[in-house]
Write a protein that binds this ligand. Sequence first.
Ligand SMILES: NC(=O)c1ccc[n+]([C@@H]2O[C@H](COP(=O)([O-])OP(=O)(O)OC[C@H]3O[C@@H](n4cnc5c(N)ncnc54)[C@H](O)[C@@H]3O)[C@@H](O)[C@H]2O)c1
Length: 434
Amino acid sequence: MLPLEEKIRNKSAIIGIVGIGYVGLPLAVAFAAAGFRVLGFDIRQKNVDSVNRGQSYIADVSDEDLSSVVTKKLLEATIDQGRLREADAICICVPTPLTTTKDPDLSYVIHESEQISKYLRPGQLVILESTTYPGTTRQVILPKLESSGLRCGTDFYLAYSPERVDPGSKNYNVKNTPKIVGGMDTRATQLAQLLYRQIANKVLPFSCPEVAEMTKDFENVFRSVNIALVNELARLCERMGLSVWEVIDAASTKPFGYMPFYPGPGIGGHCIPLDPYYLAHKARELDFHTRFIELAAEINEHMPYHVVSRIIEALSDRGKSLKGAKILVLGVAYKKDVGDTRESPALKIIQILHEKGAEVSYNDPYISRIHMPAGDLESVELSKEWLTAADCVVIVTDHSCYDLGEVAASAKLVFDTRGATRGLGGDNIVRLGE
Ligand SMILES: NC(=O)c1ccc[n+]([C@@H]2O[C@H](COP(=O)([O-])OP(=O)(O)OC[C@H]3O[C@@H](n4cnc5c(N)ncnc54)[C@H](O)[C@@H]3O)[C@@H](O)[C@H]2O)c1
């Protein structure tokens, strides 16, 4: 049997991607497009069937790219975990959510490690890609895999390599985003590096999985903290009668030592709202309180409430109460031009508005229906009728396709949480941070 290096070099290695969602599907397609045979594993039959039909459910993967590798029989999806045995390298891309009390929920990672250990065979390389706290690969996955009786470093290899995908980005993808790897030993690091070099321009090795795990957490904490800082500044600017948007423009003229972050209705997605809690949780185990990180989370989580207070104020300035007011929310995705509502602040804003007695509707060209505690809502048409009927139109996610000039021309009142209407004048526009 050829050693794994050889199989990776001559592309005869079979790659198993476990969890073919936002992270796993682009990765699976990238390996298949590079000429590898890829097996995509998922527990959702719907995802498996869709992949095998060549129909993508992830905006960053086109039907054309997917069906091209499926037709060539380079990518196949399955729910049969027994087929993990066929894979030479296995990348784990399962969810790492939070529990309702905001503690790490590693149940998917644990369950999958147990599955892999059942089918583990000598020579396999296992790489965790899911975001998690430092120590997960060594303390959680390694013991599960070694319960198979095989030894890490001699029989199989284990590494961590965080996914850094930026959904919806036109500039960055699997190929041009540098990948970092940290293996349990030198050989694991080298194998993981060689594997990812087949699909990414730059792959950088680090000393151990913990460094790679901490790096991913740090990258997201960095964003969370800076967003919190600018959200706080936005609220201060409101009190001082300044525009935070103009201040950011001005600060951005400095060519060094500054990087712009923007205020908004809160943070969303599967990373920035969650990862700081993973790190804070791990820190608490060591009697260490990550006060900075938790303060940032607190400030960011308050933003939906702040947005609602500003809407109440803007309505009240026009002699209107929120109770019974018709509010049209534009954009419920967690960021512009994507169809993902996970942890989206829009959902929180809609829920608070509803609880305060407003009649809420929404439009999002990417999301036709949302599940809310009080019942499902369906996206309404973005017509002049809906715009003029609303007492307030709230721009929560400024999708590029929105004609905000048209929105501002028709609406009685616009509350803009993204600074997206800055080029537009009119007494009917109120912005966050001003
Ligand atoms: N979405 C992002 O932008 C992003 C970016 C970087 C890192 N991450 C991290 O990557 C990981 C995956 O996130 P995602 O956004 O792709 O999640 P996702 O929910 O889109 O995809 C995960 C997939 O795993 C499947 N799954 C769950 N348990 C499974 C199992 N035991 N076996 C096989 N499949 C299983 C689910 O059905 C789902 O299709 C998370 O840790 C996340 O934090 C996400």
